[in-house]
Design a protein around this ligand. Sequence first.
Ligand SMILES: Cc1cc2nc3c(=O)[nH]c(=O)nc-3n(C[C@H](O)[C@H](O)[C@H](O)COP(=O)(O)OP(=O)(O)OC[C@H]3O[C@@H](n4cnc5c(N)ncnc54)[C@H](O)[C@@H]3O)c2cc1C
Length: 581
Amino acid sequence: MSEVSVPVLVVGGGGCGLAASIFLSDLGVGHLLVERRATTSALPRAHYLNQRTMEVFRQHGLAEDVYAVSAPLENIGEVVWRTSLAGDGPLDARDLHRMDSFGGGSTAAPYAEDSPGPSTNLPQHRLEPLLLRHATERAPGSLRFNHVMEGFTQDDSGVTALVTDRVTGESTTVRAQYLVAADGGRSVGTRLGVSMVGDGGAFNVISVHFSADLSAHWPGDKVLITNFVSPDGGRISRYGMVAMGPDWGLASQEWALHFHLPVGVTPETDDASVTATVRELLKLPDLDVTVHKVSQYIPEAVIADTFRVGRVFLAGDAAHRHPPATGLGLNSAVQDAHNLAWKLAAVVGGHAGEGLLDTYEPERRAVAERNVPWAMYAFRNHAVAHAGLGLFPGQPPEATKANFEALFSETPMGETRRVRAAEVFRTQRVEYQAHDIEIGIAYPEGAFVPDGTPPPPLDPMGAEHHPVTIPGHRLPHAWLDPGEQVSSHDLVGAHGGFALITGTSDGAWAVAAKQAADALGVPIAVAPVATGRWARVRGVDDGGAVLVRPDNHVAWRSGADGPDRLTDVLRRVLAHQSTGS
Ligand SMILES: Cc1cc2nc3c(=O)[nH]c(=O)nc-3n(C[C@H](O)[C@H](O)[C@H](O)COP(=O)(O)OP(=O)(O)OC[C@H]3O[C@@H](n4cnc5c(N)ncnc54)[C@H](O)[C@@H]3O)c2cc1C
């Protein structure tokens, strides 16, 4: 049996594990990633990449490659509700509602103002190979697919794991200081007795990934998602479709069609049956369909009862699982890895105390506790929209049909029904315009020095975002140059440095930053910025400064009397024992 010793072992090569590998490499942390599958996932699964994830990808040099193949904003800016995709009956292919989405249309201005990274769409079966390529280029030989982590033990100084090559059967003992469980919750947490607490499991989502030319039928070039509510009252009356590329808009060649079945009802999944279902639902009986994959899963809204057991950290789906609404599963997984990676790097590199790692759970649990119930709420809100159409669960098919006839009738009551439906549909902005849910990430406690300022009020619908520099909050974005190339998010770089954004005069701050950097061995980039959007959102006066963590969260802010305290503050953020602050 061979033996390997690395600072960090990452178990799982999905979105979370691959992102962790990239971030660890950029931070100079040696690691080994093991993934039991032979290749990246063949399932499209998650597809929406929100602005916070794109900021993280921008920081680590991934964004350009993602944008080169993902859907541009002009192809994701609208979500539609319809009765069917095609068909020539009076109730067929009728629009029920249209909503601007994801930073397109009416949502464009706030999304563009608040982030340097436009949201985009790239299904997981295309994103994961891209991440794998970047991870492998940064750490050749450190990513082992077809390798399963069979078990592990831990002691005071590390973790010892048994990894087996599924092709040769050879086993390796891996000794690591820390283990990142990016395993989707399939192995590590269960071995440690971690419980997933929450809600879910009430229905099955069946996802069909297929290719077909729908350019003559898809309801618009800017439409990413179409939700169908069928007047036929058939066996599958509510379903949704997402454009999956590789070209976008009307040109999309691939699609994902999702429908629900009660748990325990198993659909026919052979190609002929699935093709027949797709043709029936789309009302395109002669459509040329190539089925790639059919998958089933039971959405859950669950959070692990702990994100850390000793030297093992749970991240991504291992720590929290979301229903797909609002697209928070993969996005949170990448963002967990981002939060954890710089802390591991600082501790492994000897620049921080072990206590820094204790801040991973309170920070990321706070996000999970906002996002997981939000995703379930947004998911269930579709039933509210259906009720707004006048539909009730268990309604006989003829009542459903009569309801739609009344809805579309050119009568005063038809008009009333349509106005009501539109008002209710607008509540689904909790899913498609969840701007603050996506970027309003604020840690109530963790690796920062609070200043006692209460957080701004939360928009109950999750849309309106208030950029602030309160410690613990995501750093507000501001362009720092007239050409809008350099963001406040670019100052920290990708290698574990801090940034200090000062006002007009940076003299005393620059001296203090050098002293702190020398004392603690972490780079601090000093940037004087006193104009533009930054001046409006910085929350300190000209003599003050904002200290930014390597993950672009605010570590501390101060007025002009702050330079003398900077070294102590940084010690505190990095959990060094001897701090006077
Ligand atoms: C059908 C489906 C549709 C979805 N749709 C959406 C969506 O629309 N939007 C959204 O945001 N989310 C969606 N999700 C959820 C999203 O895909 C997940 O949140 C995301 O994949 C989580 O990434 P992860 O890396 O944490 O976990 P995973 O992607 O599950 O990766 C975990 C990896 O760990 C590997 N592994 C496990 N145990 C071991 C071991 N012992 N040794 C080695 N390797 C191991 C597994 O093989 C797997 O590759 C969907 C999920 C499913 C199943």
